[in-house]
Ligand binder design. Structure first.
Ligand code: AMP
Ligand code: TRP
Length: 329
């Protein structure tokens, strides 16, 4: 039997090249080697207020984008988290074996809660729900960007704790990071991770940005005052541009070094912009085709939920029995 892969992405903001290089590209690539389930995690999205109409639209847009980047619904299950109630059900069981201290230590929680006067409980519970997504399907491999590694360690800790209290129930999930592109930085500020929620004209490149916008954003990207690329020790902005190029074009380190050493920043930026435009153009074409096919996305999502439902129900049944909760048998 093939091992299971699972990952998730929130239907908020617009997916950007950080999401693509950190996670989505791996999703598409490894889907045929595994039994794969990819989730649009709308229950995670509502840990911050979302306009209801907008959220509903974003779910469908994101589904369209995941199909456009190559998720093959004949092979992978594409699932909206809230359409499978067992995600939330298992999350509660896991909540009850998770010390609050573990959750308060999460750096993403600390960063998000710092900015707020009143902290929603959902923000603290966020990684428990993520653990539930993974453990619900007994996933062995979880392809994500680097910012999710701490959440994955926590998912393993929760699984271990449940298994030791109630008997072997969950598979231990391994983190899968891309070799290049696990952490793409903001173009305007290469000290900060590229993020959907950071505004700023030239912070992120959305997967749907038209070519002229992509070029403009890259030409404006922050570099430094060196005359050309110091390949061994580039500044953060230049390193980020090189990473973006390498991740899209899949060049070896040696080829990168030979090609870019000493190159002037204007030329570097032009080549990076070409690489991004070349990669995104066919994705955008597919996206627009998919959005025009009436009813297609809904069908894919319905089919995905149908496919994973029995797996989710089986795990919840096992976990309930292990805990002594009420089951029919
Ligand atoms: P999110 O947008 O937070 O739902 O993230 C979806 C996926 O994209 C997760 O696997 C993240 O780790 C990944 N990701 C988000 N931002 C970046 C980034 N700047 N660089 C690399 N991967 C990222
Ligand atoms: N928390 C992840 C993020 O924001 C999204 C996510 C939710 C996820 N559930 C998951 C990722 C399960 C991997 C596996 O990036």
């Amino acid at each position: 039997m093939k091992k299971r892969v699972l990952s998730g992405i929130q239907p908020t903001g617009s997916p950007h090249i950080g999401n693509y290089l950190g996670a989505l590209k791996s999703w598409a690539r490894i889907q045929y080697d595994y039994d794969s389930i990819y989730c649009i995690v709308d229950l995670h999205a509502i840990t911050a207020y979302q306009d209801p109409l907008e959220l509903r639209n974003k779910i469908e847009e994101l589904a369209g984008m995941l199909l456009a980047i190559g998720i093959d619904p004949a092979h992978s299950a594409l699932v909206v988290q809230s359409s499978v109630p067992e995600h939330a059900e298992l999350a509660w069981m896991l909540t009850c074996v998770t010390p609050v201290g573990w959750l308060e230590r999460m750096t993403q929680y600390k960063a998000k809660s710092e900015a707020q006067e009143s902290i929603g409980d959902g923000l603290l519970q966020y990684p428990v729900l993520m653990a539930a997504d993974i453990l619900l399907y007994q996933a062995a491999i979880v392809p994500v960007g680097e910012d999710q590694t701490q959440h994955l360690e926590l998912a393993r800790d929760i699984a271990q704790r449940f298994n030791s209290l109630y008997g072997e129930t969950f598979v231990m999930p391994a983190t899968h990071l891309p070799t290049v592109g696990a952490r793409i930085m903001g173009l305007d500020d290469p000290e900060k991770k590229m993020s959907k929620s950071t505004s700023g004209a030239a912070h992120a490149i959305s997967l749907l940005d038209p070519p002229n916008v992509i070029r403009k954003k890259i030409m404006r990207a922050t570099t430094d005052s060196e005359p050309g690329v110091n390949f061994e020790n580039p500044g953060a902005g230049v390193r980020n541009l090189l990473t973006i190029f390498q991740a899209f074009n899949e060049w070896s380190d040696d080829r990168m070094k030979d090609h870019f050493t000493g190159m002037r920043y204007g030329d570097l930026k032009k080549q990076v912009a070409d690489a991004v435009v070349n990669a995104l153009t066919p994705i955008q074409q597919r996206y627009h085709e998919i959005r025009q096919e009436a009813g297609y996305i809904e069908r894919v999502l319905e089919e995905g939920a149908k496919r994973v439902g029995p797996l989710a129900r089986a795990t919840v049944h096992t976990a309930k029995k292990a805990m002594g909760l009420f089951t029919a048998d």
